[in-house]
Design a binder for this molecule. Structure first.
Ligand SMILES: Nc1ncnc2c1ncn2[C@@H]1O[C@H](COP(=O)(O)OP(=O)(O)OP(=O)(O)O)[C@@H](O)[C@H]1O
Ligand SMILES: [Mg+2]
Length: 271
């Protein structure tokens, strides 16, 4: 458990823990450290491509800065994750169907007032509640920017964490800070490069990050797994602006193929 979670919250978390539920649902949290690197766009498109492979997918918009998953899926949900966190609604009540087959959304809410005590309790329960529903093969959690306490809560409940980054030095500095934090109590971080044309560039930078981790003696059992790259395309920003999903509109584009390759590896790595 991360240091920043108050001990009182941790005690309550333990009290609310149920016995581990056996379920098909696998949870993947997508994070970055640096904002604006393309997490939400990536998450929505990965969700679409997983769903078109026949998997049932739920996306959780965990951004309390600017909840934009509903914009990407072009829906206006009545309820959000925060109706669940505040105890007003059950998990199945806050799940909204999207226009896309096999994709459901638990919407976010912009400007939510975070309270660590309340949030810790409900976020620990959310994993069990979703697993108990057993409706989804994959649950993708899109976090907001930064490594604040709220994002840390979502990292702490997730077995699988994917960092999306660019090759920008400030984005890489943030990824390294994330590696340092996760290496204390996680086994692995999946690393994907956005706005990166060549697969090898992401691979080389991943190796440099691994070398830096070794040099700085981060936990040697903590693994970094490079899972691929996504190029920049004006079609991605244009489709977002038009409230359309890139991978749906450009199914044979080379960037969609890059995303498919990322998914091929993801499916092997997610447990
Ligand atoms: N590969 C790409 N090529 C071109 N534009 C992209 C690409 N990926 C994302 N974008 C654009 O970059 C902008 C930021 O993307 P997005 O909102 O997904 O980032 P984010 O990491 O979720 O941001 P935040 O940290 O604020 O949540 C959007 O306008 C999106 O359309
Ligand atoms: Mg986002």
């Amino acid at each position: 458990m991360f240091n920043s979670i108050s001990s009182q919250a941790s005690k309550l978390v333990n009290l609310t823990k149920k016995n581990s539920v056996i379920s098909k649902s696998k949870i993947l949290t997508i994070t970055s450290g640096k904002g604006g690197v393309g997490k939400s766009t990536f998450t929505a498109n990965i969700a679409y491509l997983l769903a078109s492979r026949g998997f049932k997918v739920a996306v959780i918009d965990a951004d309390i800065g600017l909840a934009n998953m509903q914009v990407l899926f072009d829906i206006r949900p009545r309820l959000s994750l925060f109706d669940y966190i505040e105890g007003r609604n059950t998990i199945d009540e806050v799940i909204t169907k999207t226009p896309f087959n096999n994709i459901s959304l638990i919407a976010g809410k912009s400007g939510y007032q975070y309270s660590s005590l309340k949030t810790s309790m409900f976020l620990t329960r959310i994993v069990d509640d979703i697993k108990e529903l057993n409706n989804f093969d994959y649950v993708l959690i899109d976090t907001g920017a930064g490594l604040n306490e709220y994002v840390q809560e979502f990292l702490s409940i997730s077995d699988n964490i994917l960092a999306l980054t660019t090759t920008d030095p400030s984005a890489l500095t943030d990824v390294y800070a994330l590696m340092k934090m996760l290496s204390r109590d996680k086994e692995k971080l999946l690393l994907c490069f956005n706005h990166t044309k060549k697969y090898q560039i992401g691979e080389t930078i991943s190796k440099s990050l691994i070398n830096l981790a070794q040099k700085n003696r981060l936990n040697p059992n903590f693994m970094i797994k490079y899972i691929g790259n996504v190029s920049t395309s004006t079609n991605i920003s244009t489709t977002s602006r038009l409230r359309k999903l890139f991978a749906h509109e450009f199914i044979n584009d080379h960037i969609t193929l890059q995303l498919q390759k990322v998914i091929d590896i993801l499916l092997k790595e997610i447990k």
